[in-house]
Design a protein around this ligand. Structure first.
Ligand code: LLP
Length: 431
């Protein structure tokens, strides 16, 4: 793998730190983030938005990886974040992220969550449904205050991707449907509410998108809606929030556009359509999650048992699995792995890289190309930074791994490894 760096001893290096040292110091399974890679991705989005002369906001979709350290990094880079629960909002605020740079998403925000958002005067609440418009209106009246809002629309565009992560098609639990007139009803309702200031519209067409077509269609549709609303309601959204979904490379078979190309294509489509519809260029918001943290993450595991079956692919098991990365089991997601303590050893026959969980489906990589590994060897699964730790569980009462940030040759533990005591912390005796 040409993107990986080896030490003189042939160890995988991340951010100038030897992964064998990391495993030694922090134990395995271990989640490691290359902080410079996160910064680079953010900068790449920013540079392209600037180069295209757009007014913009980058809002990191923190569901991809949400911890205090990550929100601190977001804060330092100056971008926004979006949250989808009271828990994410709490964590972001704990990290010191200014509330004004937080957007709140979700198809069923509770009264308590909305109150929390209102009390902290967060940047924008993205309204998802009629019930929420009413609930937020009640809260704003009770608290005698206002809020900036956007409307989440379901534009009827579905990015071709795994069906569990499509959210833009008409048959979706998210947002106001455009073609049936729900979106028109919603905008009228919100424009009539004095306590709500409608700053823009939002749509998210899917995740792990490789090509520009879906975004181009989305831009056209949102501009057309804006023109339509100008005529019908004398209202033009000032912000078009295009959601996230920018794909990343998990394996050699993946060929996503980079941030630059995605943004260039979006900007060109947008400029063309607003000129056609005689509208001003709106501010553009994007919400990348996976593309910011995914490529920067590595899951390190120690090799344990091996099972050989005559004429079949052998099973090599590591000390983690579906508890720290559910994506292969849940979405048949594909990953690549390397032997981190023998990075340059030639690969041999593929193996099933199995986890340690009591479930046959707990296979991290179905056909992993590794050298002949033995117990104690270190395996790194690549590009695990998005929706890995954030979807981790305590299944089988396995403690969740530690998370380490590395940068400039320094390693810092940013989430401690769970202990057995942590596992029973909330348990109460019955007898
Ligand atoms: N904005 C909205 C409104 C979203 O719903 C999402 C993701 C994003 C932004 C960020 O999308 P990204 O840039 O990360 O693709 N657990 C699944 C992914 C679920 C994504 C849900 N929404 C996975 O592991 O693939």
């Amino acid at each position: 793998n040409p993107d990986l760096t080896a030490s003189a001893a042939g160890h995988l290096m991340i951010g100038g730190v030897d992964t064998v040292e990391l495993a030694h110091q922090f134990g395995t399974p271990l989640v490691v983030y290359d902080v410079a890679a996160i910064r680079q991705q953010i900068q790449a989005f920013r540079d392209s938005l600037v180069a295209n002369g757009l007014r913009y906001q980058i809002s990191y979709a923190s569901k991809a990886f949400a911890t205090v350290a990550m929100y601190q990094l977001v804060n330092q880079t100056g971008i926004h974040t979006d949250v989808v629960s009271g828990g994410e909002l709490y964590t972001a605020l704990q990290a010191g992220l200014p509330a004004s740079r937080i957007s709140f998403h979700g198809n069923n925000k509770s009264r308590a969550e909305l109150e929390m958002a209102v009390d902290h005067h967060i940047g924008v609440i993205i309204l998802d449904n009629f019930y929420e418009i009413q609930l937020l209106h009640e809260i704003l009246l009770e608290k005698n205050t206002n809020a900036d809002v956007m409307l989440r629309l379901t534009p009827g565009i579905s990015a071709h991707t795994h069906k569990y992560i499509q959210t833009g098609q008409v048959d979706s639990k998210f947002g106001f449907d455009v073609d049936s007139g729900q979106a028109d009803q919603a905008v009228q309702a919100v424009l009539n509410i004095e306590q709500m200031h409608l700053i823009g519209i939002h749509a998210h067409i899917g995740s792990q998108i490789f090509g520009p077509e879906g975004f181009e269609m989305l831009v056209n549709k949102l501009v057309d809606i804006s023109a339509d609303w100008r005529a019908k309601f004398h209202y033009v959204p000032q912000i078009l929030n295009l959601g996230g979904g920018f794909g990343i490379r998990y394996t050699q078979d993946d060929h996503p556009l980079g941030p630059e190309t995605f943004i260039d294509d979006i900007a060109n489509a947008l400029k063309k359509r607003v000129a056609q519809r005689q509208l001003d260029l709106p501010e553009v918001w994007i919400e990348p999650g996976r593309s910011i943290v995914g490529p920067a993450g590595y899951n390190l595991y120690t090799v344990g048992s091996r099972k050989d079956i005559p004429e079949l692919t052998p099973y090599v098991a590591v000390d983690g699995g579906m508890g720290d990365n559910i994506r292969p089991a849940l979405y048949q997601a594909k990953y690549e792995a390397v032997c981190a303590n023998h990075l340059n050893a030639p690969t041999i026959e593929p193996v099933h890289l199995a986890g340690k969980y009591c479930e046959s489906g707990d296979i991290l990589i179905d056909q992993a190309k590794l050298p002949a590994v033995v117990p104690g060897d270190l395996v790194a699964v690549l590009a695990t930074g998005a929706y890995g730790y954030s979807m981790a569980s305590n299944y089988n009462r396995n403690p969740r791994p530690a998370v380490v940030f590395v940068e400039n040759g320094q390693a810092k533990c940013v989430v401690q490894r769970e202990s057995y005591a942590d596992l029973t912390r909330l348990d109460q005796p019955y007898l």
